[in-house]
Write a protein that binds this ligand. Structure first.
Ligand SMILES: NC(=O)c1ccc[n+]([C@@H]2O[C@H](COP(=O)([O-])OP(=O)(O)OC[C@H]3O[C@@H](n4cnc5c(N)ncnc54)[C@H](OP(=O)(O)O)[C@@H]3O)[C@@H](O)[C@H]2O)c1
Length: 232
């Protein structure tokens, strides 16, 4: 297990749910954390709470559906970190409305792919080259175990595309200390998961941090299921 003290970490979708908890956990391990959500107001309370504890915390904002906003998130993170992001936690996602099969709209496919796959991929494009140059990086792409639910096809296809992104990056990352892995939090009672989910959002820890704290020898391309690590 590595230490992440003073490492710069970006957590997308840090205003609530999984991202909120991951950001807190990274800060408690001494990382310098950049909180992202669509608006800085979403992470203002967490920012204040963590700063009161003495943590180094910054915020960025941007709707990841929007290519210009995505670019500005990337630029802001580069400014904050002097281009040296160490940990990229691609967590933000949207799930479209549960629809009758065959009725998922083009707009739902487009927005789901943009937020859930294109934005994480472009964030990787922006920061992985620097990580490789410095030979350190931890990238966690949050995926989903969703299956056999064609009513949520836009969501599940966008997550499948993200899984594929990770797989096809493996040769590029081979032999480096830049690790890219997937994390499935399990079905949680968050805004996205809904109230019928069996798991408390807090159960995502400590598992959600496992792919951040890996030693180089653990490698890339694995799926970490947070519920496998839960402590009840
Ligand atoms: N909950 C589950 O059961 C479950 C299961 C499997 C996988 N997951 C995955 O776990 C991750 C976190 O899910 P969650 O349950 O914590 O979700 P959540 O509670 O709904 O939180 C979603 C986060 O993403 C941000 N976000 C939403 N739309 C955005 C957009 N257009 N642009 C930028 N940021 C946006 C939100 O920020 P603001 O709204 O404040 O801007 C919020 O911080 C996601 O990748 C999800 O697919 C969740």
């Amino acid at each position: 297990m590595i230490t992440i003290e003073n490492r710069w970490a970006l957590v997308t979708g840090a205003s609530r749910g999984v991202g909120f908890r991951v950001a807190q956990a990274l800060a408690s391990k001494g990382a310098k954390v950049i909180l992202h959500s669509r608006s800085k107001s979403g992470t203002a309370e967490l920012l204040q709470q963590l700063r009161l504890k003495g943590c180094t915390v910054e915020q960025v904002e941007g709707d990841l559906k929007d290519a210009k906003a995505l670019d500005s998130v990337i630029e802001d993170v580069k400014k904050i970190t002097d281009g040296k992001l160490d940990i990229l936690y691609n967590n933000a996602a949207i799930m479209t409305t549960y629809r009758d099969i065959y009725t998922v709209t083009v707009d739902e496919y487009q927005s789901s792919f943009m937020v859930n796959c294109v934005a994480p991929a472009k964030l990787c494009d922006a920061f992985v080259p620097g990580m490789l140059e410095r030979n350190f990086g931890r990238i966690v792409n949050v995926t989903s175990g969703i299956s056999d639910q064609p009513q949520l096809m836009a969501y599940s296809c966008s997550k499948a595309a993200l899984d594929r992104y990770v797989r096809d990056m493996l040769p590029t990352l081979a032999d480096s200390d830049v690790l890219m892995n997937l994390m499935d939090p399990g079905w949680l009672r968050t805004d996205l998961g809904g109230e019928k989910a069996p798991n408390d959002p807090d159960s995502v820890l400590p598992g959600a941090l496992v792919p951040v704290l890996l030693d180089q020898k653990e490698g890339s391309g694995q799926l970490y299921c947070a519920q496998d690590y839960r402590v009840d």
